[in-house]
Write a protein that binds this ligand. Structure first.
Ligand SMILES: *[C@@H]1O[C@H](CO)[C@@H](O)[C@H](O)[C@H]1NC(C)=O
Ligand SMILES: *[C@@H]1O[C@H](CO)[C@@H](O)[C@H](O)[C@H]1NC(C)=O
Length: 482
């Protein structure tokens, strides 16, 4: 090669025997010149194409797996056709409300030092991305589906998904549903120590007054409007007769009374317009393949213990007795795996620890906390661990849109007389029944999951917690407005 005069500076081009033999034969027989020129042109074209291919495969600019991950464009996003709305979901409009009702609450949270209430608001409510979970392949933070999501983040996750949802309409005239993206849980948390009730309720009252001033609100007396709140409804229903626990009065305001309230815990007796939505757990997939992979892994994970309890004895509450009884039984039994949550330790906020414990057990205890429901129920479903309840209000009367009516197909309810022999009661359940229940629990994972806000309908390929809510809201609005 070195002896040949160079026509260009592409040094990595290998010498082409085809090209040289061609020029040799041309010298011998010039009569069929035209054909040969055509052939040469064709060969040259092929050669150039091949060079181009080479350039792409070995290009020094091809992305490195980690360092340029943030800059890498998603190729599938470029050539995607517009997403179409699921025909079971009515077009919805997101009300434009002042940032003091959402973004400013987040900003105020972020500006403070991380605290129990405020460390979770990053990444639109997803929280801190997790590198990896034990046993899951890959540790690319950029594409992760795992986050240390706080239990109160549902209101932010709902908003983030709704904003990019294909059923969202920008025209209120075309909308059947109206979503009000107020971060009521963040407001309630910020105001819980405010002793002046007028001040504590101020933002909620202001929001209600604003909604009442909108013509679209009056079209159906607010019945086509919805709020999603990330905390139990008790945080928004301060009673003048009961002890002040820091709640405001948002859900007791007359303007809100006809709206549909999506909440992680509905009031079992007074929450006539409240519907339960799942607490967020740690998994926020973008595709159905990610979900299927996780489900497959759960089916094969070895369950070494009969039951597990993640939690601690509740402080200053009459439920202390029950939770301590469960905890004591767990400590005494070598068939129970405890993860004790003590003030000052971080184990119970560590998703790896929580899921690791729950993945090793057949059953996960869900005794009531200060309220009936626990985020832990959704962590246990995510871990394929069959939840064990001590009250029907911990799930059965809460999440009617999400859970099978046949409660015994996916969970266990222990009656008060069974509370002191948990191991005996659970040990009695036949192995085949346990397998069937676990399969049902694993099957529930997609619909109880908050998909990643970046997910698109075509890529996601399943209905997540927010899609399920929108489908059910669509049915509900159809019957209410008739
Ligand atoms: C509470 O705050 C409001 C508004 O600032 C004020 O008018 C009211 O007097 C306060 N109430 C009490 C009991 O301090
Ligand atoms: C709620 O609905 C009732 C009954 O339809 C109606 O009388 C009331 O005015 C509505 N409330 C609001 C705030 O529009």
């Amino acid at each position: 090669m070195a002896s040949k005069p160079k026509e260009d500076d592409e040094e990595e081009i290998p010498s082409s025997p085809l090209l040289s033999s061609l020029s040799f034969s041309m010298e011998i027989n010039p009569s069929s010149l035209l054909h040969r020129v055509q052939f040469v042109v064709l060969v040259l074209l092929c050669y150039l194409l091949w060079l181009r291919l080479l350039f792409f495969v070995f290009s020094p600019a091809s992305p490195l797996p980690y360092s340029t991950a943030g800059l890498r464009p998603r190729p599938h996003q470029l050539a995607r056709s517009p997403e179409t709305c699921d025909s079971d979901i009515a077009p919805f409009y997101i009300h434009r409300i002042h940032p003091r009702f959402n973004a400013a609450l987040v900003g105020r949270c972020l500006s403070r030092l991380p605290s129990r209430d405020c460390s979770y608001v990053g990444h639109r409510g997803l929280g801190r991305p997790l590198l990896r979970l034990p046993g899951t392949p890959g540790d690319d933070v950029e594409g992760t589906a795992w986050y240390a999501t706080h239990d109160s983040a549902a209101e932010m996750l709902f908003h983030a998904r709704a904003e990019r949802h294909p059923c969202r309409t920008m025209d209120p005239e075309k909308a059947t549903l109206f979503y009000v993206p107020f971060y009521a849980g963040l407001d309630a948390a910020a105001g819980s120590r405010q002793t002046n009730h007028t001040l504590r309720d101020a933002l909620a009252v202001e929001l209600a007054a604003y909604l009442y001033s909108l013509p679209s609100f009056h079209r159906h007396a607010g019945r086509d409007h919805l709020l999603a709140v990330g905390r139990p409804s008790g945080h928004f229903m301060r009673s003048p007769t009961r002890l002040d626990s820091g709640a405001n009065r948002l859900l007791l305001l007359p303007e809100v009374s006809n709206m549909t309230i999506l909440t992680v815990e509905r009031h079992p007796w007074e929450g006539h317009n409240q519907v339960g939505i799942p607490y967020p757990s740690f998994f926020h997939p973008r595709t159905v393949a990610e979900v299927a992979e996780w489900q497959a892994e759960l089916r094969h994970f070895e369950r070494t213990h009969l039951f597990a309890f993640v939690g601690g004895p509740a402080l200053n509450s009459d439920k202390t007795a029950l939770r301590s009884r469960i905890l004591n039984q767990c400590w005494r039994s070598d068939r129970c795996l405890p993860l004790q949550c003590k003030p000052g330790t971080r184990d119970c906020n560590d998703p790896d620890r929580v899921l690791d414990v729950m993945r090793r057990a057949n059953f996960c205890m869900q005794p009531p906390d200060e309220s009936f429901t626990r985020r832990s129920t959704f962590d246990s479903v995510l871990a394929g661990c069959i939840p064990v309840f001590f009250s029907e209000h911990s799930a059965y009367t809460q999440y009617e849109w999400y859970l099978p009516d046949q409660t015994e197909t996916w969970s266990v309810l222990l009656k008060p007389e069974q509370w002191d022999r948990v191991e005996e009661e659970l040990g009695r359940i036949p192995r085949a029944a346990v397998e069937r229940m676990r399969e049902e629990v694993i099957r529930l994972i997609p619909r109880l999951t908050y998909a990643h806000p970046d997910a698109t309908r075509s890529e996601l390929g399943f209905r997540d917690a927010i899609d399920v809510a929108l489908v059910e809201l669509t049915k509900r609005i159809g019957s209410t407005l008739q």
